[in-house]
Design a protein around this ligand. Structure first.
Ligand code: B12
Ligand code: SF4
Length: 530
């Protein structure tokens, strides 16, 4: 049946086949995250989840596109004009992005009309779908999207409905959202970890080519154009402030060394490669092989990864090999150096061990010249002394990239449940405040603005990446002085705030802890000093 396009009359009208015809063109959109300025300082990386979803449907549609709205806001309209999609999928990994996803869905509906279904998926959409039960969204894919989105396309093409698609919330004829999501089922403990997982090995490779047009706007710290390569899904830890292990149904699955090597081979040498795995290198055997491959082929790729302090402390030989293979920076959840605060995040009996592991991991990383991205928590009961002590430890230990996240009961976490049980009606539920840069819980020792001022102070006065390393990175072709300055500027913009001026006493303002990044300042660039 041929039907006239019924979208916004201002947009050129398009004639297309409708109803019983298969879905031919799909547009996938990564939204602008909607987080605060601090959210943008460390990273903007490619939307790997959408690339996997695109890979999974490539053989059943004529055309699939990805538009990254965080790189090119509003640019999806041009894609939609040139290649009017039959279905649109929007990603929602972050709670902070929820308002933006709703706004985007409204705009898409207005432009394309109600016949083009709009689906949503991703971490935040799966953990708290009801936030997205709006008239402009027709369905939400829960959990990993590859299989479910494929099925959604096939079913909609056949029946015009999502009713038979497992693991989806869909809208019925009465416009109510119905859940087809299978109940959360936790496997036996010995089935929870699977190395060389057939599921992971069997995934269609992500369509990285679809985001090539946005690559110039991606960055990780001061490295331009990072390449994201996932090797494992899930985590064996159960931190009570994290929903990641829940999303992965408490499972840990990693792909074979051969699969990772195949993906690495497709990434140009001298690339900065980010592993988004929650717990990298856990399959020691596989990573020994991958390390050997990188060393033997004299790879110039540099790797960024997240792993656990305990793992580093217990696997020095592997870390040494990986350093030789190009391991450059590691994100470790140090959480806290303070025992009473560590207990709060569910590390009760293990507190002493945790602190020991943190220090041991820091020593090992330094020994092999691997930079540390130390993720730490700012608790709402912090006073001035806590902030000052934290700065001292970070500067003493020369943590290259400290990250200070405010203690936040993210949706779907044990911490959130606990806060609700405590009757904490004071949780600020504004989704825009769930980027760990706001305190959604009341701060108890100082007003929130003052608390944020001290957080800004921490960022301004810590961070120890050395100029030597920056020069080496420039020489290795991984970055340029311009990108280093851009990183410095993002930091300055985010943390040189009015509240910093207002609340931080003069004696704390002098630059006690000069940052290497300043060596790459605009003035020095002009005078040719760098
Ligand atoms: C890598 C990562 C980062 C990186 C890079 C982020 C970036 N912006 O580029 C870094 C370390 C910088 C980072 C920072 C932060 N992160 Co982060 N991050 C991740 C992590 C570990 C992996 C994401 C990933 O690449 N996964 C691999 C891909 C393949 O999977 P995926 O994206 O989930 O996609 C699949 C499904 O979700 C689904 N899907 C996704 N989109 C769509 C769309 C459609 C239409 C469909 C059908 C399906 C679908 O299908 C995909 C394929 O299976 C996740 C945790 C996790 N394991 O998911 C946290 C996570 C997303 N981050 C989180 C947070 C809170 C942050 C921070 C705000 C705070 C922090 N952690 O300190 C900062 C923000 C800074 C910033 N600028 O982004 C939270 C979000 C929770 C929430 N409710 O908002 C998560 C879930 C971790 C957690 N602790 O719970 N992060
Ligand atoms: S915070 Fe990190 S270590 Fe803890 S459960 Fe989440 S992913 Fe695992």
């Amino acid at each position: 049946m041929i039907e006239k396009f019924d979208g916004n009359p201002n947009i050129p009208s398009v004639i297309k086949e409708r109803t019983k015809s298969p879905i031919k063109r799909v547009l996938l959109i990564n939204p602008n995250h909607g987080g605060s300025e601090g959210f943008q300082v460390p990273a903007r990386t490619e939307p790997l989840g959408l690339e996997y979803v695109a890979g999974a449907i490539t053989d059943i549609v004529e055309d699939v596109r990805i538009h990254d709205d965080s790189a090119e806001p509003g640019g999806w309209k041009e894609d939609a004009r040139q290649y009017p999609p039959d279905m649109v999928g929007i990603s929602c990994n972050y709670t902070v992005a929820v308002p933006e996803v709703k706004r985007l869905a409204g705009e898409i509906r207005e432009m394309l009309g109600k016949d083009v279904p709009i689906l949503d998926g991703g971490h935040a959409a799966s953990i708290k779908p009801d936030e997205l039960f709006t008239p402009d969204i027709d369905g939400i894919v829960s959990g990993k999207g590859e299989k479910t989105f494929r099925k959604a396309i096939e079913e909609f093409a056949k029946t015009g409905s999502f009713e038979n698609v497992e693991d989806m919330y869909y809208r019925n004829k009465d416009n109510e959202f119905i859940s087809n999501v299978r109940p959360y089922e936790i496997l036996e403990i010995d089935l929870l970890t699977e190395f060389n997982s057939p599921y992971m090995n069997g995934l269609v490779l992500p369509r990285k080519d679809l985001v090539d047009r946005f690559r110039d706007s991606y960055y990780l710290l001061y490295y331009p154009n990072p390449q994201v390569l996932r090797t494992a899904d899930g985590c064996t830890n159960r931190c009570d402030f994290c929903s990641s292990h829940k999303f992965n149904k408490e499972m840990y699955q990693s792909e074979s060394a051969e699969q990772t090597i195949k993906k690495l081979e497709a990434i140009p040498d001298k690339s900065y490669v980010m592993l988004p795995d929650d717990f990298a290198f856990y399959d020691r055997k596989a990573w020994n092989k991958i390390g050997d491959y990188l060393i033997e082929t004299k790879s110039k790729r540099h790797l960024w990864a997240q792993t656990r302090a305990k793992f580093i402390a217990e696997n020095e030989e592997l870390i040494k090999k990986l350093a030789k293979a190009g391991l450059d920076t590691v994100l470790v959840g140090l959480e806290s150096f303070d025992k009473s605060h560590l207990k709060k995040v569910g590390k009760g009996e293990e507190v002493d061990k945790n602190i020991r592991h943190n220090f041991e991991a820091m020593r090992i990383l330094k020994r092999y010249n691997i930079a540390l991205w130390g993720a730490q928590i700012l608790f709402p009961d912090f006073d001035k002394e806590n902030f000052i002590n934290l700065a001292d430890i970070n500067n003493e230990m020369k943590v290259e990239y400290p990250q200070y996240a405010i203690y936040t009961p993210l949706h779907g976490t044990e911490l959130y449940k606990r806060e609700l049980k405590k009757g904490n009606v004071a949780i600020d539920e504004d989704p825009k405040h769930f980027d760990l840069f706001y305190s959604v819980l009341p701060t108890t020792k100082m007003e929130k603005e003052e608390f944020y001022a001290w957080r800004d102070w921490l960022y301004k006065h810590t961070g120890s990446v050395s100029p030597l390393k920056m020069r080496e990175d420039i020489r290795a072709g991984l970055t340029t002085a311009e990108h280093i300055r851009a990183f410095g500027k993002r930091q300055e913009q985010a943390y040189s705030t009015e509240r910093y001026e207002k609340f931080i006493p003069a004696e704390y303002k002098p630059k006690d802890y000069p940052k290497a990044i300043e060596i790459f300042s605009d003035e020095k660039a002009k005078t040719g000093e760098i």
